[in-house]
Design a protein. Structure first.
Length: 202
């Protein structure tokens, strides 16, 4: 998927697969991680909160199906959307993707960085070329979409106690790429042909 300047992802456009890599931060190592002085089992990258950050106060916690990969966020998402693009339908095996969007600085990995797998659908490469899908290599759970500036989390991975307890900030505000929908949605949410506020409202 392609990410626009606003930090969100799009299924159309072109990615410079040679230059738009995690190499922009450091030399790429095994499985797309950077070989640097950081302890790779603790640090996910320079844009994210560190495990020892004293100012980071966890607000919500998420984990994959098997529990190998776990992370925390310290703030509410800036938005939440339902994406109907074809990439999301195919990669999730579902009619749409529900994503809650966070600034990377509000996210920190707490377990399982060594289990993470990456896939860039535009380049068809299993590398951390942003934007990309992030998944658990142990159970296959899709963890998030990692954009260049934003972390698109999947709310079903968070522990809210029960479905009825999903915080209002995680509830979708709109449908995007609704013209590509697999099923009609009978709700009152705005439906956009592309990105919210950057396309035609249907």
């Amino acid at each position: 998927m392609i990410k626009f300047s606003n930090g969100f992802m799009s299924p159309i456009g072109q990615t410079n697969c040679a230059s738009n890599s995690f190499l922009s931060h450091a030399v790429k190592g095994i499985n797309g991680f950077a070989e640097s002085g950081l302890a790779m089992k603790k640090e996910f990258g320079p844009d994210y909160a560190g495990i020892d950050d004293p100012d980071f106060v966890p607000k919500y916690r998420a984990r994959c199906h098997c529990g190998a990969v776990q992370y925390e966020v310290c703030a509410d998402p800036v938005d939440a959307k339902l994406c109907h693009c074809l990439n999301c339908q195919k990669l999730h095996g579902a009619p749409m993707q529900w994503a809650a969007i966070f600034h990377k600085r509000d996210v920190r990995m707490t377990a399982g960085i060594e289990h993470l797998k990456f896939f860039n659908s535009e380049c068809q490469r299993h590398e951390r070329i942003l934007p990309c899908k992030v998944s658990c290599g142990s159970c296959g759970t899709l963890i998030a979409d990692e954009g260049r500036r934003m972390w698109l989390a999947f709310p079903s991975l968070f522990d809210f106690g029960a479905a009825a307890n999903v915080p209002p900030a995680f509830r979708p505000t709109c449908h995007i790429f609704y013209g590509l929908r697999a099923i009609d949605m009978n709700d009152d949410l705005p439906k956009w042909s592309g990105h919210k506020n950057h396309s035609v409202r249907l």
